[in-house]
Write a protein that binds this ligand. Structure first.
Ligand SMILES: O=P(O)(O)O[C@@H]1[C@@H](OP(=O)(O)O)[C@H](OP(=O)(O)O)[C@H](O)[C@H](OP(=O)(O)O)[C@H]1OP(=O)(O)O
Ligand SMILES: Nc1ncnc2c1ncn2[C@@H]1O[C@H](COP(=O)(O)OP(=O)(O)OP(=O)(O)O)[C@@H](O)[C@H]1O
Length: 592
């Protein structure tokens, strides 16, 4: 008999995330697993049938499968809920295929793979508390293929990998494939799932670095490196800039949205569109045009391209206070979890461990009892996140059910090297996560589960009467001002390193009343014209999003391996060098 699924502490998240819809939906007909009254039920390897799964999408490390079997069979097995409105996807980990074709996901300095905390547990006990919002992660749990199941399990992986191989993009196939030795598959709610007869558009946005790091946007500088210096000034100006998204300025949010849609049209990975559970790569797709015109009848598809409708729709959603609150939260997590820049961290690492590469200790290192280069455990991450959260302003702490913040008198807490490493790794997770938006006619589970009101409604003229809701309690999460200097010092001398560490330690663990670096704090979105108010005034509001509900989730929040630290250090050096050369060559103005 197969062993039962390992549904670790994430089970709590799994159940609670489904609580709201469970109240309003008919009970499941599932007979699979032990919880006949719950959807999704617990699953084990014996429920996995390779013929029921098709390719959905993939990133550098994971590959997603969507349920593609008979709907009734899916309901009976529990992959689909009773009324067909929700379904599970499978997330498989990948392993490197070709030495030398290595992507950043697999680049390693040690050759030995880091052991990472199990993803469902990491999400439930580290990422969810940091995000501060119970329902923002899609529910996930692990199906173990270990032990007696490994035979059948690996058979599943082998068969399904062969089945979907040709559906994968060539550039991904060359580098990596399904890891047949993984020993587990994770199930996760499929955010692209569309019930038969329903019309849902799903849009994934990878916002990247949402906080200022100096004069120019880090994301745009990275694009210069990726273009091998071939970017023109005109292309630079048209690039997506994450800082626009969190600027609180309607025009800039509009520009960022246009650039994201343009990125999708040209095959980039900052925006992806899904329809009927499948990725749409062609902006001229007739199916997409038809869906958009049915979802947004105000727009005239004969005169408006799908891309224009998407821009109009997405900029409205990205401007809402709930989406802005999530973006601001991400910006803050990205910047404040890692108060030291990577060069400063490296200097500290070398001084303390004698190691030449960041993440590796020197021969004479004196930390054998608890090696600094040991992969962080789940418990370590959890404690770090809890300590960090305790320092948050009361509103955040209350919302999360966390303890009260530490009083401002405890500003002497010192940041250890290990904490700086943990913070850097966690910050990287948030720098690489994505927003997932499901858009469709308003229905209860299309709006965030804490909401009773639709996100936006519109008058006939297209002006939006929006009742702003704070998805996150973010009184202290305010707009990021772009021209501020970065919170981390970048000096490499020992003295200024000490100064920078003390400043950074106090920014991270100092117990001040706000965990935001004051230099990063701008006016609250609500304290001046909101993007929405400005966009009404600008006359660019089309009302495209008028009748559309949206649901927002965050995906791609896996732990980063320790070996990536050195990769980031090298990347930063290359990036600065390439940017300086390019900047002088094209004559980029000193201020944008
Ligand atoms: O280093 P970056 O900024 O290029 O980000 C990598 C991403 O590249 P991007 O620039 O978004 O196209 C990269 O995305 P793609 O594979 O290019 O889609 C991965 O997300 C990678 O993370 P991981 O190693 O798979 O955990 C990402 O690596 P890290 O976030 O670990 O750096
Ligand atoms: N819950 C989900 N529902 C639907 N699609 C999903 C879900 N989670 C992930 N995906 C899709 O699968 C892709 C890969 O998943 P994920 O982001 O977890 O992998 P990754 O390898 O960590 O990605 P990256 O390389 O961007 O870090 C995502 O970009 C998204 O398109």
């Amino acid at each position: 008999m197969p062993s039962s699924s390992s549904v670790p502490p994430s089970e709590t998240l799994f159940k609670s995330s489904l609580r709201d819809s469970a109240r309003t939906r008919p009970g499941p007909s599932s007979t699979a697993g032990s919880n006949a009254d719950q959807w999704p039920p617990s699953m084990n390897a014996s429920h996995l049938d390779p013929s029921q799964w098709a390719y959905l999408a993939e990133g550098g490390k994971n590959l997603l499968l969507r349920f593609d079997g008979d709907l009734q069979a899916g309901k009976e097995a529990g992959w689909v809920n009773a009324n067909g409105s929700r379904a599970l996807a499978l997330r498989l980990v990948k392993s490197e295929r070709e030495q030398g074709a290595s992507s950043s996901s697999f680049s390693s300095t040690s050759g030995s793979a880091d052991s990472l905390p199990p993803r469902p547990n990491f999400e439930a006990s580290v990422i969810a508390p940091l995000l501060g919002k119970e329902h923002i992660l899609p529910p996930t749990a692990r199906i173990s293929l270990e032990g007696e199941q490994m035979g059948a399990g690996s058979l599943f992986l082998e068969k399904v990998a062969a089945r979907i191989e040709l559906a994968r993009p060539a550039e991904r196939r060359r580098v990596a494939g399904v890891d047949l030795e993984a020993g587990f598959v994770d199930m996760v709610e499929d955010l692209t799932w569309t019930a038969p007869g329903d019309e849902v558009l799903a849009v994934e946005i990878k916002p990247k670095w949402l906080f200022p790091t100096g004069k120019y946007s880090r994301y745009k500088k990275h694009r210069v490196l990726k273009s091998q210096g071939q970017l023109t000034l005109e292309q630079w100006n048209a690039l997506y800039d994450p800082l626009d998204l969190v600027s609180g300025d309607a025009e800039r949010i509009h520009k960022a949205t246009e650039a994201l849609v343009q990125d999708w049209e040209s095959g980039g990975n900052n925006l992806r569109v899904f329809m009927g559970g499948q990725a749409v790569r062609d902006a001229k797709s007739n199916d997409l045009q038809r869906l958009l015109s049915r979802l947004f009848p105000q727009s005239n598809p004969t005169h408006t391209s799908s891309s224009q409708i998407l821009v109009s729709l997405l900029k409205d959603i990205l401007s809402t206070s709930d989406t802005q609150a999530v973006l601001q939260r991400l910006a803050h997590l990205q910047s404040s979890l890692a108060p030291l820049d990577i060069q400063t961290l490296s200097t500290w690492w070398r001084a303390q461990t004698g190691g030449q590469a960041l993440g590796q200790e020197g021969d004479g290192s004196n930390s054998s009892s608890s090696p600094l280069s040991a992969p962080p455990s789940l418990e370590e991450y959890r404690e770090f996140a809890q300590d960090w959260l305790k320092l948050q302003p009361r509103s955040d702490a209350e919302d999360d059910g966390q303890q009260e913040p530490t009083s401002s008198s405890s500003s002497s807490v010192a940041l250890t090297l290990r904490q700086a490493v943990l913070g850097t790794l966690l910050s990287a997770t948030f720098k690489d996560c994505s927003l997932f938006l499901r858009l469709g006619p308003e229905q209860e589970d299309m709006t965030p589960s804490t909401s009773t009101a639709p996100v936006s409604t519109s008058t006939a003229g297209g002006a939006v009467e929006n009742e702003p809701r704070q998805e996150l309690q973010t009184q202290s999460l305010t707009s990021v001002t772009e021209n501020s200097s970065a919170p981390a010092a970048s000096s490499s001398t020992t003295n200024s390193l000490a100064a920078s560490l003390s400043a950074s330690a106090s920014a991270l663990l100092g117990g001040s009343s706000s965990y935001l670096d004051p230099k990063l704090v701008g006016p609250h979105v609500g304290e001046r014209n909101t993007p929405r108010e400005e966009s009404e005034g600008s006359g660019r509001q089309t009302g495209a999003a008028a009748t559309v509900g949206h649901m927002l989730r965050i995906i791609d929040v896996d732990a980063k391996p320790l070996r990536k630290l050195n990769y980031w250090l090298e990347l930063e050096g290359q990036l600065e060098e390439a940017f300086e050369l390019w900047k002088d060559r094209v004559g980029l103005p000193e201020t944008e």
